[in-house]
Design a protein around this ligand. Sequence first.
Ligand code: BGO
Length: 730
Amino acid sequence: MKRLAIAGNPNCGKTSLFNNITGANYHVANYPGVTVEKKEAVIKHRNSEFKVVDLPGTYSLSPYSLEEVVARDYVVNEKPDVVIDVLDASNLERNLYMFIQFMELHVPVVIALNMMDVARKRNVEIDVKALEKILGAPVVETVARENKGTAQLLDEVSAYIDKGNDVSDFKISYGQDVDVVLDKMTPIIEENSFLTDKYPARWIALKYLENDEQVHAQGALYVDVHKQLLEMTDKLNAHLRATLKVTAENLIADYRYGYINSILKGVLVSEEKSLDRLYLSDKVDMVLTHRLFGPVFMLAFLYGIYEFTFWASEYPVGWLESFFGWLSKAVDAGLNEGMLKSLLVSGIIDGVGGVIGFAPLILFMFFAIAIMEDSGYMARTAYMLDRVFRLFGLQGNSVVSYIVSGGIAGGCAVPGVMAARTIKGEKERLITILTAPFMPCGAKLPVYALIIAAFFEHNRSTIMLGITLISWLLALSIARVLGFFVLKEKSSSAFVMELPPYRMPTLKGLTIHAWERCWMYVRKAGTVILAISILLWVLMTFPEMNDKQLAVFEAKASSIEQQYSRETVNEAESNAKNVSPSATELREKLREVDSEIAASGLANSVAGKTGRFLEPVTKYAGFDWKTNIALIGGIAAKEVVVSSLGTAYSLGEVDIEDSVPLAEALVSKSGWTLATAYSLLIFTLLYSPCFVTVVAIAKEGGSWYWALFTVVGYTSIAFIASVLTYQILA
Ligand code: BGO
């Protein structure tokens, strides 16, 4: 015999429906140990028998009241085959809250959309098909008072049970801060089989964050895990209080309502609008997510973010640049010529210093992004982009992946690729994993910033906005192509974007969020990038030129030196006060020879030879061999493009007094033109993801084949695009 439980908010029509289903032929008892009334009946429907139980009417499944405890315990312990969740169609927002809690508990639910007559009278028109798709549960319209829809509801219940639906992948995002902790707690719970015989692991984690006393009491028996989860909860609460002035519990409720809000936006075709029913957030959303004005505001915000970032970071970036210039000179003056000096000045200071030099830009960028996130506007951006994504065959959670990967500039593709786990459709998931790395991540940012500083000083924000839009457009176009040709299997999944209410961000919260991420950037520069820079310095220094190669330069130098001493003797004899122009010329020639030695040394190195080997081909994209070295280094980590350009131009430097900031060097010494700059921007945007991302793609995409495709395929696409760009503009 199959078991059905009927649940819902008080006054949603649950009793009426129960009576319709059972023909009012039921018996009444109490739930074990409590005085809550339990109505039960056995019914027959189309040759199947069902035992039907009427659960107490509750607004939520949190154990705030006896009724809530009874309802939750019943579905957890008795595991009915289906819970019929009765929703009052005229008051969907409040009624959907409990539905979400059922889904998070992995309870199989069929929805009775009751009070449809009242909803219609109030002009609330619901797109039932869309609702069914979004919720991932069957929805049947009913008017319980008139016994309408009851038979169809039972048909749907039977079909649903026969189908054996999997409800275990329902997941709401609760924002970056909470999600990270949930993702840490869940494996701990799973590995320790902590209450998992009763509840889903992520749900248990959520309940710890929501301070659920009943779960705490059960968990307290497992002292270690309980303590660990409580500590993680306390830490998150302290962080949330400091940054957003909320507790995890409040934030989780906000996000649940945000999720509902977004469901309603997708299914309410028309609604009676009386102003007092609109919350402030809804009123603001009427403008900010408006179909026409919304995208315009979004682009304006984005432009504003870039303007602010470049403006605010201009002086600090300059100060850091001067500091590293001063440090180079100090080390140069303090050490004798030799390998150590070369490593410190060219490998570390000019290499890693170039990357750290952009830390203020990263800090202000993240500050601006924190404003978007903490205020709730980022969720709206994702919501609006969802519409665009559908045009390209993607949807919903892919937006989140793209944004985490750096869609608004400054993220990281590794968590972005992992965020794709929440995407239900296998096809969309893989396409998202493969295309999210095109986003302008925090590592590409210094590369863009360097090129912008060198060539686009007067329209920095416009170029940065252009890079962002082109990244999105190319990523989505490639997603479309992959969808058409490469990944043919059909899949579709509904998606709901959480729209939490707007909040006023606090300065402290913004500062903490921005600082956390900026610190990660600096730490990476001081560890991974430092190690790669040292390795690249080695590759750019060794093997050194042999005696035969050096002899050519030495002969040249000694001939100039001899000429120089003859010249200065002549001058002394002619009592000339100043050095004659010909002597100056000779000194210049000597410096040129030194410069040739440095350049030949670099060209002779392993990296140099590799760069030169590729140059006959890469020159069509405008890349010389030094640029090639930097771009190859960028496969390890994108910041390395900046650090290795710094090292390459530093190694070619003869006199430290002549050294100029890298951006200036690129204009004055590299032979780069505006066409090279555009070509390099396009190449950086499209070519192989960094090493760690490639590993993440292999792991999340389930195959090294796809990972290899992103390295080889994307580098080929990038090269073709760069050649076209360069050839058109040069
Ligand atoms: C009274 N449509 C309409 N219009 N009303 C409905 C529907 C529906 O689809 N379904 C139920 N109702 P319960 P809970 C009442 O009792 O089943 C009505 O708490 C009244 N009573 O008839 O009790 C239903 O078990 C005097 O209304 O819900 C009932 O979930 C005047 O919603 C109420 C008007 O239903 C609650 C209504 C003396």
